[in-house]
Ligand binder design. Structure first.
Ligand code: AMP
Length: 508
């Protein structure tokens, strides 16, 4: 089934419902949205020769045309290639070349970067230009192409922190499983709900469009095109029933803003967080300030948004004897996948022991585009090997430690940075922290903490040492505390530990 059936069906049954908003302003209803999508699909075919199975890139920050382009590509039976709009044109060039993109849908301000990256002017569709406007209003609509469950719907390029980015093949089955998993394990969606795209639509947040299409809910693109806590609070008040996906760093900023201005948060429905570690102190803070609105997901491009979830009810169950451990976990397996923790020989490890997270099920990718060797090794034995280190408790709750490549090995002992980060964040004057390993002739690696001081007030090293010694073994205590104005993050809000390690290597 073509995943855009979800849009088509809602347009047939509830065409009059408002579909897309720019800020609080309605842009179009479902009938109009599906019509624009079908005409744009026809235009992709007529102007750029896009056939089923061809790849079409989308290179844009969040905007209302994003959803039109994405569904037009599906509608034409082609494969969408959402590209992080912050990529350099050389990086974009790699993605266009590797995917063999036949066309590129681009926002006007990125047109030149797309041309620099080698996109042919004839294969560029620029959001909102006269050609685009003519297509979405005048072209004769294309009948939606039929797709089989295992046909590829989207190629998602990994961030490539270890080598070249790889194109994750997400099939229509994967996207449907991810959509169903939203209902079973994350949140129910009503027609009056509004999904606001505050995080990049080229990443996980964009995938939540499908569940909201299916339910005929509203899709809100912030006027800023991104994450602005003040704008979100205003939007919630004006559109109501607002849900969003946010990286933990965004949740932290939203909560700080809400607390500072004493904002009314009644109109926020659900805040789904994930994509990186949510520290327990930050979650407690978020719950105190905004109440039970939070659901956590753990996923990766290779199993988008759908490995485990920590439900609102589990977060709310404060009286549970293992509540503290549970809120530090990423929850339990999503309904449509099996999750286990395995050793280097792919044998399941006993309860509570550390190993690599492996996943199997309908949400797991078909493989990497044109990269058989990586596909074979990552999907060996029919299980996705995530590269994440974790343990599973007797109740099935998974606690992530770190990406295996972030683990610090000092004097032969493994140190999981997250454990050290959790402790440092207990200090009231620390607002953000990232712990990495630095090469050391004696120890192999030593622990270095990068910290951001809350309100600029920097605590003494001795105080931080004492805090660590109170909570964790002496060998895990950082050898140095480096205060920085901000941590380097990618456009998805993830801390770039590779960059921190590079700083240290250069300083050496
Ligand atoms: P990406 O493929 O860019 O979405 O990155 C996926 C990686 O982000 C995962 O393999 C994890 O290492 C990390 N991640 C995702 N969700 C969580 C979460 N809820 N808690 C901690 N780390 C997470």
């Amino acid at each position: 089934m073509n995943i855009s059936q979800l849009l088509h069906r809602t347009a047939l049954a509830h065409g009059e419902r408002s579909a897309v908003f720019l800020g609080a302003q309605p842009v179009c209803d479902y009938h109009t949205l599906a019509g624009r999508v079908a005409r744009l699909a026809a235009h992709l075919r007529a102007r750029c020769g896009v056939q089923p199975g061809d790849r079409v890139a989308i290179f844009s920050a969040n905007c209302t045309q994003y959803l039109e382009a994405l569904h037009a590509i599906h509608w034409a039976g082609a494969i969408s290639v959402p590209v992080n709009y912050k990529l350099h044109s050389k990086e974009l060039a790699y993605v266009l070349e590797n995917s063999g993109a036949r066309a590129v849908c681009v926002s006007p301000e990125l047109r030149d970067s797309a041309l620099d990256a080698g996109a042919s002017p004839n294969a560029l569709l620029v959001f909102g230009d006269t050609d685009w406007q003519a297509a979405v209003s005048d072209a004769s609509p294309l009948v939606m192409e039929d797709r089989r469950p295992d046909d590829v719907a989207s190629l998602f390029y990994t961030s490539g922190t270890t080598g070249r980015p790889k194109g994750v093949m997400q099939t229509h089955r994967n996207l449907l499983a991810t959509t169903m998993a939203y209902f079973t394990d994350v949140d129910d969606v009503q027609a009056h709900d509004a999904m606001v795209y505050a995080a990049p639509m080229s990443h996980g947040a964009g995938l939540y469009n499908y569940a909201h299409m299916l339910r005929g809910a509203r899709h809100v693109v912030p006027v800023s095109g991104g994450f602005d806590p003040a704008e979100l609070v205003e939007l919630a008040a004006s559109v109501g029933h607002l849900s969003l996906f946010a990286a933990p760093t965004m949740v932290h900023r939203l909560v700080e803003h809400v607390r500072r201005v004493e904002a009314d948060v009644e109109a926020f429905k659900t805040i789904v967080y994930g994509g990186g570690p949510m520290y327990v102190e930050d979650l407690r803070d978020a719950l105190d300030t905004m109440g039970q609105k939070f659901v956590q997901i753990y996923g990766q491009g290779e199993c988008p948004m759908t490995i485990t979830a920590l439900a609102r009810e589990q977060i709310a169950e404060t009286g549970h004897p293992r509540w503290a451990e549970r809120i530090a976990s990423v929850g339990k397996a999503h309904a449509c996948v099996e999750v286990r923790v395995v050793d280097a020989n792919d044998c399941e490890v006993p309860v509570g022991e550390l190993g690599e997270v492996a996943v199997r099920g309908d949400a797991v990718m078909a493989g990497y585009w044109a990269n058989e060797s990586s596909t074979q090794s990552t999907l060996r034995g029919g299980w996705l090997h995530t590269g994440d280190v974790a343990s599973m408790d007797a109740d099935g709750f998974l606690t992530l430690r770190d990406r295996s490549k972030d683990v610090i090995i000092s004097g032969g002992s493994n140190i999981y940075p997250r454990e050290v980060e959790e402790v440092l964040l207990m200090h009231p004057q620390i607002s953000e922290v990232a712990v990495v390993g630095q090469r050391d002739a004696d120890w192999g690696e030593v622990v270095i903490a990068f910290l951001v001081a809350a309100d600029g007030a920097r605590p003494e090293d001795a105080e931080l040492d004492a805090l660590c010694l109170d909570h964790i073994a002496r060998f895990k205590r950082p050898k140095a505390y480096r205060f920085v104005p901000a941590l380097p993050k990618n456009s998805y809000g993830k801390v770039l530990k590779t960059e921190l390690r590079d700083w240290l290597a250069k300083a050496d």
